[in-house]
Design a protein around this ligand. Structure first.
Ligand code: E4P
Length: 217
């Protein structure tokens, strides 16, 4: 399973990148708005820090607006993926961009049907929003299982990014469900490698080590 970081915060990206855990980055307009910097400037800098795919989202909702923004964004760096919302216009844009060799990530996926349409249109990635599905009382992880099974039956090469991941449980269940990638907020990721019993164990070992006679030869 690949890990993308769901952040545009450069310090978070640098810190976690040092651990060898960052396979790519996803952003959205909300994430970009937290950085108080220009969109292009921040995305270009992220693309220099991370070798893997970096998703940057279009704002326009018409086909022409999406195509024009996507073609521009795609020139910013070789590892750019253009994020397109799951609408009729978005599908048309994805179909065209895929013919032009521009990689796309279809975002705001909430059903198997939407994921299937996006894959059929030529999306490189589809992003089902696990947490937001749970928020409305449905089962986001079930969508990951069903979408994975569906795309596999028909041999689509489109990869599933489990998005809107809010907890360790989400991450573990998305991995079991066959998500190719999980995109994880920079604030959540450190919780994935910590456990209170690990911390207690280290303290116990250090405390017991004090009882070992310190013989120098
Ligand atoms: C990533 O591609 C999504 O934009 C992101 O995971 C959404 O997460 P949220 O539902 O916590 O805002």
């Amino acid at each position: 399973m690949k890990f993308f970081l769901d952040t545009a915060n450069l310090e978070e990206i640098k810190r976690i990148n040092r651990l060898g855990l960052v396979d790519g980055i996803t952003t959205n307009p909300t994430i970009i708005s937290k950085e108080n910097r220009g969109f292009k400037e921040v995305i270009k800098e992220i693309c220099t820090l991370v070798e893997g795919p970096v998703s940057a989202e279009v704002i326009g909702l018409s086909v022409d607006e999406m195509l024009s923004e996507a073609r521009d964004i795609a020139t910013w760096a070789p590892n750019i993926v253009v994020k397109i919302p799951m609408t009729e216009e978005g599908l048309e844009a994805v179909s065209q961009l895929s013919q032009e060799g521009i990689k796309t990530n279809v975002t705001l996926i909430f059903s198997v049907a939407q994921g299937l349409m996006a894959a059929k249109a030529g999306a490189t990635y589809v992003s089902p929003f696990v947490g937001r599905i749970d928020d409305i009382g449905e089962d986001g992880i079930e969508l990951i299982h069903h979408l994975k099974k569906t795309l596999r039956i028909y041999d689509f090469t489109t990869e599933i990014i489990a998005a809107s991941i809010r907890s360790i449980n989400h991450l573990e269940k998305a991995a079991l469900g066959g998500a190719d990638i999980a995109t994880i907020p920079g604030t959540l990721l450190p919780k994935l490698w910590t456990h209170p019993l690990t911390d207690n164990g280290i303290q116990q070992f250090l405390s017991d080590w004090e009882k070992v006679p310190q013989i120098t030869k």
